[in-house]
Design a protein around this ligand. Sequence first.
Ligand code: C2O
Ligand code: CU
Length: 456
Amino acid sequence: MLTRRDTLLMGAAALVAPRPGFAQSAMPELVAQPAAVQLAPENYAATDLWTFGGQIPGTEIRLKQGARFERKLINKLPAETTVHWHGLRVPNDMDGVPGFSQAPVAAGGTFDYSFDLPDAGTYWYHPHMGAPEQVARGLAGAFIVEERDPPDVDGEHVLVIDDWRLTEDAQLSEEFDNGHDLSHAGRIGNFVTVNGQDKMTLNARSGDRMRLRLINAATARVFTLELQGLTGWIIALDGMPVAAPFRAKKFPLGPAQRVDLLVDVTAQPGEEAFLVSQERGTGYAVVTLPVSAGGSRKARGAPAPLPPNTVPGPDLAQARTVPLSMTGGAMAWLESAQHNGKILDGRGLAAQGQFWAFNGVAGMPPDPLVTAGLGESIRLAMVNDTRFAHVIHLHGHHVSILNADGTAGPLRDSILLAPGQSREIAFVADNPGDWMVHCHMLSHQISGMMSWIRVA
Ligand code: C2O
Ligand code: CU
């Protein structure tokens, strides 16, 4: 006969013992699949796209800070794929760079992604098959990690901004890598959506405070966004809280970048507020907010900062400085560069679809930009010596942008550099592995702007 003590122990054992088959089927799925989605207005056909979960944007992932993320990728696409968790500080073998940190997942194949979530914030996920194609076809979704103690707001909206290059019958242009796009500003679309909608509307109440999580999922377009009828503060950049929220009326959002805003609805009942995209002197509403009465009357003033994530601060005095010089592109064509171990002239490079170089090398170099010791502080001195803007993304780490006075500014994972601009960043190389550094204008990535660092 069992004693009471044995029964209790058995009960405990039953709770923790692995049950064969259970853990596997319990892992939630993330399905990459083709789907027809109504992007263009109703009088047009639905657009054949590639999606996560059959929708645009892809299945939203939302977890609490400190939780463990687990998803089984099911690849129902007619192509190999992987998922990269953009901005999340994940272990190297979960980073999703095919042929670099994982094998590509075959059509019909699966891959289990699982990792802990140390940081709260607004992140996103997308395939990393190199070319702009898979992202341009629609594969992108929001990845939200909620703070343990989120700010007090009347509502929250995740807004995924994207652009599409559509033909007259509302299908995707399948020219993913023409030489003009590669050597100029990248594959810029002709149709802008927010959360897959051409004319996105959000109901709002005058006086309410809302949190907006903006994500730029476009392959190349830099948006300049403006708030109208809303008073906004930036509370986080690329997921990471800023030390002191600051007022923002008009701000840039480069490909892959995120901005978290708190906005107070200042438009009156019966009016409309807007999120406007400004381009070449004209603005168009990408989100329209019809404003009604009955909103919050709380006087809240400037928002408090979000609790910081624990990203180690670099030792700026001791840090090693590594140059990253960007050259090439239209109007500043490369005369020569190294590509796949050979020095090629401009024509030779163009014949290989290469138009840009990092430190004189077009495409993945055999050696890393730097081999950093685990825990070493590194400064990356970036010089954009081209006629185009670029967004430089480092995998596996968040970096501090150095202010003009040399002090450490906000943390980011994707840094926008205007033509001719120089910026220095610094970080602690605390995540072991080989990590990509590349331009997130994906047309530029495949035509030269990629490299890597090693943390060992
Ligand atoms: Cu969002 Cu290397 O990518
Ligand atoms: Cu670029």
